[in-house]
Design a protein around this ligand. Structure first.
Ligand SMILES: Cc1cc2nc3c(=O)[nH]c(=O)nc-3n(C[C@H](O)[C@H](O)[C@H](O)COP(=O)(O)OP(=O)(O)OC[C@H]3O[C@@H](n4cnc5c(N)ncnc54)[C@H](O)[C@@H]3O)c2cc1C
Ligand code: SF4
Ligand code: SF4
Length: 433
C-alpha cells in the first residue's frame, strides 16, 4: 500500500492529506523536482492548509530532518520549538496557513531552478561539481588573536570582524558552545569582535546556528552574516528567495547580506564526543578541539595532540546527513573548508558579495591569501569529496526513511549509496568456470 493511502496520525485534515497525496504522486511519477512544490502552492489560493502537519509527516516523522531550523525561523506564528535537532509543533493552533514552513525545507524539495540567477554569482562564473564560483584561494587571518582560536586559517572569523569594524555588518549568526561541553554547539547572535573570536573553531556535532535569526529579526539587527554548514545555507536561501513572499522572507532578503558556508561531509552525534573520549582513553571533557584531516585530530585541554581513526569515528556520523547532497555550500557567498594547506582556509568565492567581502579584507590587511596551486591536493579533494556526497544519491524525498534504514541495519550516511544497500548492484565479470 502506498504511504499516501494510509491513514496517518497527522494528516487528518482533508486538505493536508490531499497535498500529501499530490506530493507523493509527483514523486512516484518521476515529475521534475522543481514541480514538487506545486503540490502545496496550488493550495494557497484555496486558503492554505496545515503545512506543519505535512512537513512533520513527510520529513520529521520519517527521520529525514537534517535540523537546519529553516521551518522554525520562517514561521510567522512561532508554531515550532526546536528540540533534539528537529522542529516540534509546540503551538500548532497559532498556524496562519501561510505554507512557508513547507516552502523552505531543503529536504522536502530542491531549491528553485532560478536561484542561481538571483544570487548574482561573480564573473567568471565557473561551474564545477561543487557549484558556481569565480575563483579560489587559500586564505588566512593576520590577527594573532584569531589565529590562536580558529579552526584552519581563521578566514571566516576575520571576514566577520572586518565587516563589523567597517560597518558593512551589524551582527553575525554563529555557533557558540554549551557551557558544560565545549564540543556541543548552540546558536549565537554575535555583535562584537570578542564574541566572534569566542565562537571561532569548528564543532563537529550539529550546531543550530540559524536559530539566532529569530533574535536578530526580533531586535532588527542587520546587515547580518550567517555562518553555517551547507544544509543551513540552503535553508537560509530558501527563506530569502521563496516564491511565497511574506514579511519574513523580505526581512531575511534585506538583512542577510553575507552567507559563509562551511564545507561538510557529515556532522556527528552528541554521543560521538563521549565515544571519541573512549577511543582515545581520555575524559571527553578534556577535548578542546577536533579537526578532521583524513584522520581525527584531537587537541586536549593541555595542548596535547592525539589521533583517532576517521573510519572508527564515522560509526557516530549523524544518520540525518544522508539526506544532504551538498559538500561545498553551493549557494553560499563564500565557501570555506580545511582541505589542502594546513593552517589556511580553502576559500571559494562564489558571489559578488563574497568577492567584495574578501577584497575588502585583503585590502585592509586583515586577510592574506595564497594561490590554490601552492597545494594542489586541496582542489583534488574539493572535487572528490563533493562528488562522493552526490554519488548514486537520489533527492532526499526519494531516499529510504530512517526506520527503513534501521531495518536494513545500515545507518552510515557516507557509505549508504557507495558501499551499502543503496549502492548499484555490481555486475559480475564473466569468469572461468
Ligand atoms: C560539522 C562540520 C563539518 C565540516 N566538514 C568539513 C569537511 O568535510 N571538509 C572541510 O574542508 N571542511 C569542513 N568543515 C569546515 C572547517 O572545519 C572549518 O570550519 C573551515 O575550514 C573554516 O575555518 P576557519 O578557520 O576559517 O573558521 P573559523 O574562523 O575558526 O570560524 C569557524 C566558524 O564556524 C562556526 N561553527 C563552529 N562549529 C559549527 C557547526 N557545527 N556548525 C555550523 N557552524 C559552526 C563558528 O561559529 C565560527 O564562526 C566542517 C565544519 C563543520 C562545523
Ligand atoms: S530539514 Fe530543516 S526545514 Fe526541514 S523539517 Fe528539518 S529543520 Fe525544518
Ligand atoms: S552533511 Fe549536510 S546535513 Fe549533515 S551537517 Fe553537513 S550540511 Fe548538514
Amino acid at each position: 500500500m502506498r504511504e499516501s493511502q494510509q491513514t496517518s496520525r497527522r494528516l487528518v485534515d482533508s486538505r493536508t492529506a490531499k497535498v500529501d497525496e499530490r506530493y507523493r504522486r509527483l514523486l512516484d511519477d518521476g515529475a521534475d523536482p522543481n514541480e514538487w512544490a506545486f503540490a502545496w502552492r496550488t493550495e494557497i489560493n484555496r486558503g492554505g492548509f496545515r503545512a506543519y502537519d505535512f512537513l512533520l509527516e513527510e520529513v520529521v516523522d520519517k527521520g529525514r530532518c537534517v535540523g537546519c531550523a529553516s521551518c522554525v525561523t520562517i514561521c510567522p506564528a512561532d508554531v515550532f520549538d526546536y528540540v533534539d535537532e528537529n522542529p516540534v509543533d509546540a503551538r500548532a493552533d497559532a498556524c496562519v496557513y501561510c505554507v512557508l514552513c513547507a516552502e523552505v525545507c531543503p529536504v522536502l524539495r530542491p531549491v528553485d531552478r532560478d536561484l542561481p540567477d538571483i544570487l548574482d554569482f561573480q564573473e567568471p562564473s565557473l561551474s564545477d561539481s561543487y557549484g558556481s564560483y569565480a575563483y579560489g584561494v587559500y586564505a588566512r587571518s593576520t590577527d594573532p588573536d584569531i589565529l590562536a582560536r580558529c579552526q584552519d586559517g581563521g578566514m571566516v572569523s576575520a571576514l566577520i570582524i572586518q565587516g563589523l569594524e567597517n560597518g558593512t555588518l551589524a551582527g553575525a549568526i554563529l555557533g557558540d558552545v554549551e557551557p558544560d561541553n565545549n564540543q556541543i554547539g548552540r546558536h549565537k547572535l554575535a555583535r562584537t569582535k570578542d564574541e566572534v573570536i569566542d565562537c571561532a573553531a569548528s564543532r563537529y556535532t550539529y550546531s543550530p546556528n540559524t536559530l539566532a535569526l529569530q533574535q536578530a529579526m526580533r531586535e532588527n539587527v542587520g546587515p547580518l552574516a550567517v555562518v553555517g554548514v551547507p544544509c543551513q545555507v540552503d535553508g537560509v536561501r530558501l527563506q530569502q528567495h521563496s516564491s511565497i513572499r511574506m514579511e519574513m522572507n523580505n526581512w531575511y532578503r534585506d538583512n542577510v547580506t553575507l552567507v559563509l558556508g562551511l564545507f561538510c561531509s557529515e556532522s556527528f552525534t552528541h554521543e560521538s564526543i563521549e565515544k571519541l573520549g573512549e577511543i582515545l582513553e581520555v575524559d571527553h571533557k578534556r577535548i578542546d578541539n577536533i579537526n578532521i584531516k583524513g584522520k581525527v585530530v584531537v587537541r586536549l585541554d593541555d595542548g596535547e595532540i592525539m589521533h583517532a581513526s576517521l573510519k572508527k569515528y564515522r560509526d557516530f556520523a549523524r544518520p540525518a546527513c544522508l539526506y544532504c547532497l551538498d559538500y561545498g555550500a553551493e549557494y553560499a557567498d563564500i565557501g570555506a573548508g580545511g582541505i589542502g594547506l594546513d593552517g589556511w582556509t580553502y576559500t571559494l568565492i562564489r558571489t559578488k558579495r563574497g568577492h567584495e567581502a574578501i577584497e575588502a579584507a585583503v585590502a585592509a590587511g586583515v586577510v592574506e591569501t595564497r594561490p590554490l596551486d601552492d597545494e594542489p591536493r586541496g582542489e583534488f579533494l574539493m572535487k572528490k569529496l563533493s562528488a562522493d556526497k552526490k554519488k548514486n544519491r537520489p533527492l532526499p524525498a526519494q531516499m529510504p526513511t530512517l526506520a527503513e534504514r534501521q531495518a536494513l541495519g545500515f545507518l552510515c550516511p557516507k557509505t549508504f549509496y557507495t558501499k551499502g544497500p543503496g549502492a548499484p548492484a555490481t555486475v559480475d565479470e564473466p569468469g572461468e568456470g
